[in-house]
Design a protein around this ligand. Structure first.
Ligand SMILES: [Zn+2]
Length: 318
């Protein structure tokens, strides 16, 4: 089950929550200081963009204006469910095209144009459905499990001897979670880095804790039977959680939503948060890749971000 909410409503929620507080971190403060009055839009503010370096690309004024509209209004169904706008995915898009500029800036449009040209698109710098679906395809291709499932394989779970139970301090609200032992080691390495690099962790110790890891096929089957929606966008029939290589990490939640709510308002809130942005920028160093529909879901694909299990290796080598 999921609750639905429009992006517009979510933006209002974000505006309210940001309006009363001090932006976290010196970088954010510096970025906010450089954002001009004309860019007081909450999405732009959240993207932490120094406008002085993002508004200098000539020839992209029209694309920038259109992108500023489409980030809120574009109709598309990236994961089989209708969505309005692409603000939820804006951090992923920005990372893919190699920019820190806001969607409505000319710098963003120029970076997107470069990405488009490299892939055979007309480099108009506009975030249309074809461009973003192509980008989403690349994000999905980075997950070996997707190819594995496409080839009809549903992997067996690991032996129980290969699993490690995380500590109460690592599980969300003390929850008991098991993951594959090598994944636990990678997660712990990543957490050490996050503690050093992400001040928000000290403010909210629940951030980046694990609320789901290994789930046995029997457990998932029972959950499917109980909750329904199996085989849909929210719950897979053969979940990658059966491998012990998937972690659901706390990346915050919008007021009134749970940490695993796939409601658009919640996903937007999470995707604009510092914890998710840190993961997007850094998790790959530790072998984790994101399922972009769920800001909390990260899959370990091996040290150096290479496919790990023999089955995944097979798929990667095809
Ligand atoms: Zn998950």
């Amino acid at each position: 089950m999921f609750r639905t909410c429009s992006i517009g409503a979510a933006v209002i929620i974000l505006t309210l929550s940001i309006g009363g507080g001090t932006p976290p971190g010196a970088v954010r403060a510096a970025a906010a200081a450089s954002i001009s009055q004309s860019r007081s839009d909450p999405i732009s503010d959240l993207l932490e963009v120094p406008v002085s370096t993002c508004d200098a690309a000539s020839g992209f004024d029209d694309a920038a204006r259109r992108n500023g509209d489409s980030v809120r209004t574009m109709s598309w169904s990236p994961f089989g469910r209708a969505e309005k706008g692409w603000a939820i995915y804006a951090p992923h898009v920005a990372r893919a095209i190699g920019t820190h500029c806001a969607p409505e800036s000319t710098g963003f449009a120029a970076a997107l144009a470069r990405w488009q040209v490299r892939r055979g698109f007309t480099g108009d710098g506009r975030t249309d459905v074809a461009t973003l679906m192509s980008m989403k395809g690349e994000w999905q291709a980075a997950r070996p499990y997707v190819a594995l499932r496409a080839s009809g394989v549903c992997p067996a779970p690991p032996a129980s001897t290969g699993l490690t139970r995380l500590s109460a301090e690592e599980g969300y609200l003390g929850k008991s979670v098991e993951v594959r032992s090598d994944v636990a080691r990678a997660y712990r390495r990543m957490l050490i880095a996050a503690k050093a690099e992400l001040p928000e962790l000290a403010e909210d110790p629940q951030l980046l804790r694990v609320f789901s890891g290994y789930r046995s096929p029997a457990y998932d089957d029972a959950r499917c039977a109980r909750d329904g929606n199996c085989g849909g966008v929210v719950r897979a029939k053969c979940s990658v959680h059966r491998t012990g290589q998937a972690l659901d990490l706390v990346v915050g939640a919008a007021p009134g939503f749970s940490v695993d709510s796939s409601a658009d308002a919640n996903r937007l809130h999470q995707s604009q948060g510092r914890a998710y942005r840190w993961l997007l920028a850094n998790a790959e160093r530790f072998g984790f890749v994101n399922y972009s529909f769920e800001p909390w879901h990260w899959e370990w694909i091996g040290d150096g971000a290479r496919p790990d299990t023999p089955q995944m290796q097979q798929v990667a080598n095809r």
